[in-house]
Design a protein around this ligand. Structure first.
Ligand SMILES: [Zn+2]
Length: 290
């Protein structure tokens, strides 16, 4: 391990179960804490899994949001920020639930997965963004098509902090993000699932040289990916120790403290909760956790 990367902050971790894809995959907070504890992840921004149960509509979404809020309340040092989830078909009821989970449960915004939750990242999200803008917060957005849509949100809502999820999944995708979001002051980029080994033509170092070293964040995309691969990519990259530490944790700490100024990064890794049933938490199918 690179000494400067002795702690990570994960801005892109999902808690819950995706049931809309075969086979269902998920993790509860305890399992993720167990994973954190053995991968030097000291803290995380958590949000529900997209594609969760929806047999009762927005009631199910509320339960997803409550699960995040309870994890944050139980482990405020590990989970200083929790985000809710929004589904396009809930319309006004979904906007009301977002406002409820932010006001009553202390969540700080929302995560949106356009493919699994039906969004197009266009006007349909404006009512949700109005809530976040009014209450102050952040949004983790998975992409649907060009990242120019995120840039348009960032211009319309300069007070919201946006994270583009999976900004570096492919050279073409990264180019699009750099082009549209690279100079926006309220957009950060996470590198969840950045393929390894690193290719010099679109390396982490090149990304940082284009968008600035304060803008790139580590994201795990747990429970879907063996994110230790991305950690190795950061540590093996030709980044300076300072740059690598910023990507691993420093930039995320700065972002979190904008909203939680008294929060401090725990100096030690998370501990697996007592009573966690165990099993192999790192079983993979290729690059994917199972
Ligand atoms: Zn995700």
């Amino acid at each position: 391990m690179r000494a400067s990367c002795n702690s990570y902050v994960d801005v892109h971790a999902h808690i819950g179960v995706t049931v809309s894809r075969a086979r269902p995959i998920g993790q509860d907070a305890a399992k993720y804490l167990a994973r954190m504890g053995t991968s030097n992840v000291h803290a995380a921004i958590i949000s529900p899994t997209a594609g969760g149960p929806q047999s009762r509509g927005v009631v199910d979404t509320k339960l997803q949001n409550i699960e995040i809020a309870e994890a944050c309340r139980s482990h405020p040092e590990r989970f200083p920020i929790g985000l809710g989830i929004v589904e396009v078909r809930h319309q006004r009821a979904g906007v009301d639930e977002l406002e409820r989970c932010m006001r009553d449960d202390g969540l700080l915004g929302f995560m949106c997965h356009p493919v699994l939750s039906g969004h197009a990242l266009e006007e349909e999200l404006h009512p949700f963004l109005e809530v976040v803008n009014q209450l102050g917060g952040m949004c983790l957005l998975h992409l649907s098509g060009t990242s120019a849509k995120v840039a348009a949100y960032a211009t319309r809502y300069p007070g919201i902090a946006f994270i583009v999820g999976h900004a570096s999944m492919s050279p073409e995708g990264e180019q699009d993000v750099v082009e549209h979001c690279g100079s926006a002051e309220n957009i950060w980029l996470d590198i969840a699932q950045k393929p390894d080994p690193e290719e010099s033509s679109w390396s982490l170092q090149k990304l940082i040289s284009r968008v600035g070293r304060g803008r790139v964040l580590f994201g795990s995309d747990a429970p879907y990916y063996d994110y230790r691969r991305v950690q190795r990519l950061i540590e093996d990259s030709p980044l300076s120790d300072v740059e690598a530490a910023q990507v691993a944790a420093g930039n995320a700490v700065t972002l979190i403290r904008r909203f939680k100024p008294t929060w401090k990064l725990p100096p030690t890794p998370a501990q697996a909760p007592t009573g966690y049933p165990g099993g192999d938490i790192w079983t993979t199918n290729g690059r994917r956790l199972v």
